[in-house]
Design a binder for this molecule. Structure first.
Ligand code: SF4
Length: 200
């Protein structure tokens, strides 16, 4: 400690003044799911008590795990689960990209379209007919109100927006999620090779 610093510390001690605690800015994290089964979010929750290690460093500002309606401005990291399957999904990923510093493709459905892409061999009309008329035992009819319009194909997130980190797995194991989040909090782009793989 320099003489000046020592004098300042002595002065504070003798006057009873206390130093203001350092304010550490929390990392603003959001999650969302598009055309997915929520399994990736379940794996996120499986982190269990290890999440305590990072919980103090993050502020969860949007997602199915918290009750905020609008995707906010100024998000540091957003994890996107699921493929882009509807016009609503497409609008959402573009909004997320505009408002997020880093975007993570979270799970195989986001990375490759995976399960949602199974419908891609059929036309949208065929799928809707099959689901809402042919296989419906009651109230047959294709809904038009309050239902997002499907895109012709379910596609991975990076076909619409730039993605900074790919975290494959169906779902990604909770340890891999914790590793990726911890690296991002440390200001590093995580290298997840060896920690998760497609279809895991
Ligand atoms: Fe579900 Fe697997 Fe898709 Fe995640 S990657 S949303 S676990 S199907």
């Amino acid at each position: 400690m320099s003489d000046d610093q020592k004098k300042k510390a002595d002065k504070e001690a003798s006057s009873g003044e206390t130093k203001e605690p350092a304010v550490t800015k929390k990392v603003r994290v959001a999650t969302t799911w598009l055309d997915g089964c929520s399994g990736c979010h379940m794996s996120f929750l499986d982190i269990d008590q290890k999440i305590v290690d990072v919980a103090g460093s993050i502020e969860l500002v949007y997602g199915p795990l918290v009750d905020f309606k609008e995707f906010p401005e100024g998000v540091d990291v957003t994890l996107i689960e699921g493929a882009v399957s509807s016009h609503e999904d497409e609008e959402k990923v573009r909004l997320i990209r505009n408002r997020s510093y880093l975007v993570v493709s979270f799970g195989d459905c986001a990375v490759t379209a995976n399960v949602p892409a199974m419908r891609n061999q059929f036309k949208v009309d065929e799928i809707l007919n099959r689901g809402f008329i042919e296989n419906a035992s009651a109230q047959q009819g294709i809904p038009t109100i309050g239902v997002p319009r499907l895109l012709k194909k379910a596609r991975p997130v990076h076909e619409f927006i730039n993605v900074d980190v790919f975290l494959p797995g169906c779902p990604p194991p909770s340890d891999a999620i914790l590793f990726a989040v911890s690296e991002l909090l440390g200001g590093r782009i995580p290298d997840v090779s060896g920690k998760t793989r497609f279809g895991m």
